[in-house]
Design a protein around this ligand. Structure first.
Ligand SMILES: [Zn+2]
Length: 91
């Protein structure tokens, strides 16, 4: 895939109709549990298409809305982990 193709695909992915794709809650939770392992080192696609739509993100999420949902869940997870950690220290 060349740079232009990557950008085109990212654009199409951004504009996708959410009714045409689906991702179950279970799948989303699986990703939350394992995390997104790609993108750790330099990601050319991220550089070309932006943090929110590089090919690593696109390969996991069928639509940007699911990625947004995932990010919300991540924040929530961090809060829960922080709370639990605090609570354990307090005991
Ligand atoms: Zn990436």
């Amino acid at each position: 895939m060349n740079d232009k193709q990557d950008k085109d695909i990212a654009e199409r992915w951004q504009l996708r109709n959410i009714d045409e794709v689906s991702m179950s809650e279970g799948e989303l939770i699986d990703v939350l549990a394992t995390g997104i392992t790609q993108c750790e080192s330099f990601c050319k696609s991220r550089y070309l298409c932006g943090d929110d739509s590089c090919r690593c993100i696109r390969s996991v999420f069928p639509h940007p809305a699911y990625y947004a949902e995932y990010q919300k869940l991540c924040e929530l997870k961090d809060k829960v982990v922080a709370y639990v950690t605090l609570h354990q220290i307090g005991e």
